[in-house]
Design a protein around this ligand. Structure first.
Ligand SMILES: [Zn+2]
Length: 413
């Protein structure tokens, strides 16, 4: 008896109707609409023989107690970015609900191991700029001192927004208690990229989340008059930055899954009659392999120095942020591929460029894997975010199989 995928898609539509407006989903974390989504979700749990509570970081935990306390965790997040899509996060929570209901029915309310469903608090970080809030508290990687003073667009502090939802920022670390007895974590999510669609595949097994190196790079040249300064005597900071902007394509191109992006470039004085004296760029580099990431970072630094020299400029780097790659568990990746092949025929292994709660869970040492379903046109965080309905049903069916396989794996290990 498989999980009811059609009913799950119906619930996703119900949630969309309840929490979206003409601009898209509005389930911004710690907002009334988000609380409404969570209350709606809790109302759906009434029919199940489960225990429910919120932990110290506001994560929502639903537990179907098994013969053993050892637990399989299924999860994702109900929060969305402003004007977001109907599937990012919700799909994983609703699929987990469908699977939990199937397991409860199959084992008459008492499966051999405990199965838990988590709806992580504030995955997106869209309001206060702190992504993976609840899952990082669970993993013990939370940063209370930095987060306490974060404010939203209206100047409201994160600490106050949490308090309004019954969460005290000083105790969020207590969410680590939920790690007790956790034996594995699995999450279904939309791909949010174009790879599966371009391959004509509905589903993919995720190898892990890419690490990120994010830097500010400033080239210093010499401001000079655009009319009186001959071309050969210029020290044009933009020229050096522009060479780097093109070079990162070949730096990333040496590695199959690597990406490098210069997302921002500012010129000073930034007027039509002056050679650029200072140019500020940002660089974002990502790969699943820590050695590849380190090599790309080194190469970008070397090239930036070379280009600065060629243009009579100097360059300085400062790190904005970085995070290590988080490879998922090899045995669970195998099970995920098996589940995909049995459901959809062909599978594909792929890294995730975006970060996910699953990376935090994995960082806490809990065997983890994610399953991706194709995103139409690779678009997410937008109201046009979509996935074919037959693919959604395949995804839920494959996730259901993955849950059964992971339960067997936990019992055998
Ligand atoms: Zn998400």
């Amino acid at each position: 008896m498989p999980a009811d995928a059609q009913a799950a898609v119906g619930l996703l539509k119900e949630l969309r109707a309840l929490t979206s407006d003409e601009h898209g989903a509005q389930r911004l974390a710690w907002s009334p609409v988000w609380l409404k989504a969570r209350a709606w979700f809790q109302s759906k749990l009434r029919e199940l023989p489960v225990e429910h509570h919120y932990d110290a970081a506001g994560n929502s935990w639903t537990t179907l107690a098994g013969a053993s306390e050892t637990a399989l965790i299924l999860g994702s997040h109900l929060d969305s970015v402003p004007n977001g899509g109907w599937l990012d996060g919700c799909l994983g929570v609703i699929a987990a609900f469908a699977v939990l209901r199937r397991i409860a029915e199959e084992y008459n309310g008492k499966p051999p191991i405990t199965v838990r469903l988590v709806d992580w608090a504030d995955e997106e970080g869209a309001r206060f700029g702190r992504s993976l809030f609840g899952s990082s508290a669970f993993a013990g990687t939370q940063t209370i001192a930095e987060d306490r003073v974060r404010t939203d667009a209206f100047g409201l502090r994160l600490e106050e927004a949490l308090a309004a939802c019954g969460v005290s920022i000083d105790s969020i670390g207590d969410a680590q208690r939920e790690r007790k007895n956790a034996a594995a974590y699995i999450e279904l999510h939309i791909e949010q990229g174009p790879v599966l669609e371009s391959m004509g595949l509905p589903l993919g097994a995720v190898l892990g989340t890419k690490g990120v190196e994010r830097h500010a790079i400033t080239f210093h040249g010499q401001e000079a008059h655009s009319g009186s300064t001959p071309m050969r005597s210029r020290r044009d900071a933009l020229a050096a930055a522009a060479k780097l902007a093109l070079e990162i394509r070949s730096i990333a191109g040496k590695h199959p899954d690597a990406v490098c992006t210069i997302g921002s470039l500012k010129t000073f004085p930034g007027i039509v009659t002056a050679v650029v004296g200072r140019c500020e760029a940002t660089l974002d580099q990502r790969d699943l392999d820590a050695d590849v990431l380190a090599a790309m970072y080194r190469e970008a630094q070397q090239k930036s120095s070379q280009f600065a020299q060629e243009e009579g400029c100097t360059v300085e780097w400062s790190r904005i942020w970085n995070i290590a790659p988080e490879p998922f568990h090899p045995a669970l990746i195998e099970l995920c591929e098996e589940a995909i092949r049995e459901t959809a025929g062909r599978s594909h292994r792929m890294p995730s460029g975006p970060l996910h709660d699953a990376a935090e869970v994995s960082r806490a040492g809990i065997p983890t894997v994610m399953l991706f379903v194709q995103s139409l046109k690779g678009i997410s965080h937008n109201k046009i975010e979509d996935t074919r309905e037959d693919h959604l049903e395949l995804a839920i069916a494959a996730f259901d199989r993955l849950a059964s396989k992971t339960m067997d794996w936990i019992r055998a290990s």
